[in-house]
Design a protein around this ligand. Structure first.
Ligand SMILES: CC(C)(COP(=O)(O)OP(=O)(O)OC[C@H]1O[C@@H](n2cnc3c(N)ncnc32)[C@H](O)[C@@H]1OP(=O)(O)O)[C@@H](O)C(=O)NCCC(=O)NCCS
Length: 197
């Protein structure tokens, strides 16, 4: 079965739903920032044409069934503050890769962790995935912290895996198994609430 999701996901502050063309101006602000793309294997978007080209690529990947590209929406404003995706879905092994970016002004407030908790819950629940993977530039400490806080284990180093700004970069690979993921809504709650039960 290809990856498919007919509805959006919701958390306390965020909505995580499939990206639309209307999200592109906000996502251009996110991906047009060199601080956001510093450790990513693509150049910062320079204009709305870059955003549209990305959207067309994502639509094609989504139509092929191996990708779900989401916008992360701030519920207070209705505006996209970042994005996350499941991609490289391999059906026979029930695994997929996770990717994510957040606008710089929203860093350090727990937004990405909140969004990914919902997405991972859905991936291991409704989408019946068995394993999630992520690749991170070792210098990208914020991203590594997000993953380890979510329970991902660092599994290895892939040498010169990415070209980042024209330079070969090695990446750390992370993995999370379905059986390691908190069950039945515990993942939705913040750590204090979960601790208090
Ligand atoms: C990596 C990235 C997504 C992290 O996003 P983020 O929202 O800042 O990450 P988190 O959701 O984990 O929040 C981090 C901090 O917010 C703070 N925070 C504030 N309020 C919080 C809350 N309600 N809940 C949880 N954390 C909260 C925490 O202190 C946490 O830091 P700590 O783990 O040191 O305690 C972001 O920096 C980014 O987009 N970077 C550029 C793109 C990128 O590198 N993508 C990943 C490619 S591999």
């Amino acid at each position: 079965m290809p990856l498919a999701l007919a509805h959006g996901l919701e958390s306390a502050r965020l909505q995580v739903r499939l990206v639309t063309e209307a999200d592109l101006p906000a996502l251009l602000e996110v991906n047009g920032d060199d601080a956001v793309t510093q450790y990513l294997p693509y150049a910062s978007w320079r204009g709305i044409e870059d955003a549209r080209a990305w959207f067309a690529r994502m639509n094609a990947l989504q139509a092929a069934g191996g990708t779900l590209q989401f916008a992360i929406i701030d519920k207070r404003t209705g505006r996209a503050i970042g994005s996350c995706l499941l991609f490289r879905h391999e059906e026979s092994s029930a695994r997929a890769e996770l990717g994510y970016v957040l606008g710089r002004e929203h860093w350090g407030q727990g937004y990405m962790r909140e969004a990914l908790r919902r997405l991972i819950d859905c991936a291991f629940g409704e989408l019946s995935l068995r394993r999630l993977e992520a690749e991170v530039d070792p210098r990208n400490l914020r991203s590594a912290r997000v993953l380890t806080q979510l329970g991902f284990a660092q599994e290895g180093l892939l040498r010169e895996r990415w070209m980042t700004r024209g330079v070969p970069c090695s990446v750390n690979t992370y993995g999370l198994l379905q059986r390691e993921w908190p069950r039945s809504g515990a993942a939705d709650r913040d750590p204090v609430a979960a601790f208090l039960g």
